[in-house]
Design a protein around this ligand. Sequence first.
Ligand SMILES: Cc1cc2nc3c(=O)[nH]c(=O)nc-3n(C[C@H](O)[C@H](O)[C@H](O)COP(=O)(O)OP(=O)(O)OC[C@H]3O[C@@H](n4cnc5c(N)ncnc54)[C@H](O)[C@@H]3O)c2cc1C
Length: 448
Amino acid sequence: MKITNWGKYPEIEANEVLYRNVQSLNNVLTEKQTWIPRAMGRCYGDSALGKNVISSLNLNRMLDFDNEKGILTCEAGVTFEDILKVFVPKGWFPPVTPGTKFVSMGGAIASDVHGKNHHKEGSISNHIIAFELLTPKGEVLKCSQIENQEIFRATFGGMGLTGLILSLTLKLKKIESSYIKTTVIKTKNLAETFEVLDAFEPATYTVSWTDCLQKGKSLGRSHVMKGEHVALSEIPDGVSPQNALFVPNKLTLSVPFDFPAFALNPLSVQSFNFLYYNRQLGKKKEKLTDYDSFFYPLDAIYHWNRIYGKRGFTQYQFVIPKENGLEGMREVIERIATRKMGSFLVVLKSFGEQEGGYLSFPQKGYTLAMDFAIDSRIFGFLDELDKVVLSYGGKVYLTKDVRLSKEVFEKMYPEARTFLEIKNRLDPEHLLSSFQSQRIGLSKNNEK
Ligand SMILES: Cc1cc2nc3c(=O)[nH]c(=O)nc-3n(C[C@H](O)[C@H](O)[C@H](O)COP(=O)(O)OP(=O)(O)OC[C@H]3O[C@@H](n4cnc5c(N)ncnc54)[C@H](O)[C@@H]3O)c2cc1C
């Protein structure tokens, strides 16, 4: 069957096997074919694409919950959406969440995902207590800080290359209502954007939407936002305390088909950015919103990836260490604006300290994520941006990547060598393999 991830590029022919039990993988395992785990396909590029993909989507059960401590054990195909539906009404929330709720917990661990609270609460690996992993040898390993520690660490950010996570235990976060109190400050340029982001550091959640098409004195102008969960005592008048923990049920729109290529051009992106920037008139705006609107605004439009047309798109997300943050971001944004390659969704966030896995993406600093339609110029341009990011000591996020070279990857991820040693012990026949891992040298090209 043909499959593709969120960027709709590349589209490949693969054999997709739904995991039910170890026996259901018999052909793949006994014939020693190469395989890679796959779940919701929300990674943008080719990390969940391979000759055989083992889908975790049948692993969708909640297994155990300690309502006193908020400790949940569930199967790895359970999504953030599933967790929100069941546990928000009980007063519990995911400790870290990416910008879409249509992501599985297995996929979240494999990418060691971060949210708007990374500067305060780290990535998902900081909240995972244990998981069970099916290795390429067909064994099931229990992994935690105490058991199989090395494999536990390697699996965070390991892009599925240590095996298939079957189930996991994580600690949820206590909340009193479904509301988020938000403050948005409109900034004039990048220096002010950084000032406000830094001033917002004490807040639990912070994020910024940046207009990457502006140059000169408006370069980096943004809407910088902070948010906090709202206590029961602060819920809006007229909402009864019994209804404070609701699951928003909104009308969702859908993009019905791939847009034609001409729909997306520098002018349409510029117009969108202009309107978005100016939709807030004053400098500061405060409001209460539900968690869906705050964390998952894009989920309101199903298949929004179709606006990039048939050729698809890629997201370039990188991080630059704190000390070089402003200078590095300025250089990248200047290059984008000069080439008129800006995109709609440019998100700037700050990261705190990170331990995580050997291939985890976050590091203390600032991260920027932007989408680009696939066309003849884009890969050359992103190679150029890689050089800039590297020169400031930064790196690119693997879960969004579809084109990084082995040489650049190794420079950006110095702990890749340690990761590979662990993978080679776990997978001596090099069976765990994705298009991405072959490209960046994390698996041998031994396709069977
Ligand atoms: C709109 C949007 C917003 C996003 N926002 C953020 C964000 O704010 N922060 C962030 O960090 N990420 C973000 N992401 C990226 C997303 O969180 C990750 O790509 C995540 O890994 C996708 O999970 P998935 O279930 O779709 O997995 P897939 O895309 O199917 O797979 C992703 C990777 O996980 C591996 N994998 C999947 N399931 C398992 C398993 N059971 N065991 C082992 N490995 C497995 C795959 O092999 C692959 O390498 C966003 C993506 C989208 C589309």
